[in-house]
Design a binder for this molecule. Structure first.
Ligand code: SF4
Ligand code: SF4
Length: 75
């Protein structure tokens, strides 16, 4: 099995909670605004992600998801 990690950019309000709690420092805040005018989080270092899901749990806007998918699935 592999996993797809996604941040729904237009749900994100750029609060930075996920950035702060990530134990691997994977996340950063983008320089580009989303549809709501916020600077959203993104995975700056995706290869370092251990899929602990702490960011998903912390996000008050439920913008982050990690989904188990079949091997070789395009995310
Ligand atoms: S799943 Fe864990 S390691 Fe990956 S970005 Fe979220 S908090 Fe960081
Ligand atoms: S915790 Fe959620 S709303 Fe806040 S920056 Fe991260 S993804 Fe965006």
């Amino acid at each position: 099995m592999s996993y797809c990690y996604s941040i729904e950019i237009d749900r994100c309000k750029g609060c930075g909670l996920c950035v702060a709690v990530c134990p691997k420092k994977v996340l950063e805040i983008s320089n580009e605004v989303n549809i709501k005018g916020y600077f959203p989080a993104y995975q700056a270092r995706p290869d370092d992600c251990i899929r602990c899901a702490i960011c998903c749990t912390m996000c008050p806007d439920v913008a982050i998801s990690i989904t188990e998918v079949a091997e070789d699935t395009e995310c």
